[in-house]
Design a protein around this ligand. Structure first.
Ligand code: ATP
Length: 258
C-alpha cells in the first residue's frame, strides 16, 4: 500500500453475544451490579439481561416478593442510568445502559429451571444468536446437579465469574467439561451460539444478599453495599426488618426526586 492510499477502515466485529444473569436478587446489590458491568465490558456484550427467579430449585426461597425484587432491580438500573449509563437515543448504549431486566421466570409457574428459560428464549430468538449464561464460581461448583446441565451447554455458553472465597472446582465431571469446552478468547463467544465455558474476572466485592439481610435484621445500616434507591424500597417494604437511617415513605436516594 502506498502512503497516499487511504487507510482501510476495518468494521468493528459484530457484537452479538447476549448475557443472561439469573439469581434471586433478594436484594440486588453492588456485587451483582459490578460483576454485570465487568462482564458487559470484558466480553463486549450486546446486552445483559438480569433474570430474577420465581421458585428456586436448588436453594432457600427468596424472602422479598417477585414484585419487590423487580422494583429493586429497576431502581438499581435507573440509578445507574441517571447520567452514567442511560441509552438516551444513542445508537450504541454505553455499557451500563446495556443491562436490562427480563422478568420471564417470574411469569412462569413452577420452579425456575434455567434449561426451560433457555429453551423459551431459543424459541423466541432462534438458534443462531449467541447466549452467555453468567454464573458465580460458588454456583458453578454445583452446576452438574442442575436440571439437564449438558442441554444448558448446548443452548448457551457458560461465563464463570470469579467470586470472593469460592472453592476451586472439585467435581471431576465438571473439570472434564471445562477441559473440553474452555476458551480464553471471548471473541469466540460472539461467533457460535453456545457450548463453550469461559472464565471472566470480576471486581472482588465480598457482598452477598445474605449478609445484607442479616445486617438489616440486626438493626445495622446496609448503606454502601447496594444502591440507595434499593434501600429506600426496602425501608418502605420492611421485608427484612426495619432499615435504620431511612424514614419509610421518604424519597431519600431516589434517582429523580420530584
Ligand atoms: P444469597 O446471599 O441470598 O445467596 P447472593 O448475594 O449470592 O444471594 P444471588 O441472587 O443468589 O445473590 O446470586 C445470583 C448470582 O450472582 C450467582 O451466580 C452468584 O454467584 C452471583 N453473585 C452474587 N454476589 C456476587 C458478588 N459479590 N460477586 C460476584 N458474583 C456474585
Amino acid at each position: 500500500m502506498s502512503a497516499s492510499e487511504p487507510l482501510a477502515v476495518r468494521p468493528a466485529p459484530a457484537r452479538r453475544l447476549i448475557g443472561l444473569f439469573g439469581g434471586t436478587f433478594d436484594p440486588i446489590h453492588f456485587g451483582h451490579l459490578r460483576a454485570a458491568l465487568d462482564c458487559v465490558q470484558g466480553l463486549d456484550l450486546a446486552e445483559l439481561r438480569l433474570l430474577p427467579l420465581h421458585i428456586a430449585p436448588h436453594r432457600a426461597q427468596p424472602i422479598a416478593s417477585g414484585a419487590l425484587r423487580v422494583a429493586m432491580i429497576e431502581a438499581a438500573l435507573n440509578g445507574v442510568g441517571s447520567g452514567l449509563g442511560s441509552c438516551d437515543g444513542a445508537e450504541s448504549p454505553p455499557p451500563a445502559g446495556r443491562i436490562v431486566i427480563d422478568p420471564r421466570e417470574l411469569n412462569r409457574a413452577g420452579p425456575s429451571y434455567t434449561v426451560e428459560t433457555l429453551e423459551e428464549l431459543r424459541r423466541e430468538i432462534g438458534t443462531e444468536t449467541p447466549l452467555g449464561l453468567l454464573i458465580g464460581t460458588d454456583t458453578f461448583n454445583g452446576f452438574m446437579d442442575w436440571r439437564r446441565p449438558r442441554d444448558i451447554l448446548d443452548l448457551a455458553h457458560l461465563v464463570v465469574m470469579q467470586r470472593p472465597g469460592a472453592p476451586t472446582v472439585r467435581d471431576a465431571v465438571l473439570r472434564q467439561e471445562i477441559q473440553h469446552r474452555r476458551i480464553d478468547d471471548p471473541a469466540v463467544l460472539h461467533r457460535v451460539a453456545g457450548g463453550h465455558i469461559c472464565f471472566q474476572t470480576v471486581t472482588q466485592l465480598d457482598i452477598s444478599a445474605t449478609g445484607i439481610r442479616r445486617i438489616i435484621a440486626i438493626g445495622q445500616s446496609p448503606r454502601y453495599l447496594l444502591p440507595d434507591p434499593v434501600i429506600t424500597l426496602l425501608a418502605r417494604d420492611g421485608c427484612y426488618g426495619r432499615v435504620i437511617g431511612v424514614t419509610p415513605g421518604a424519597r431519600v436516594g431516589l434517582p429523580h426526586p420530584t
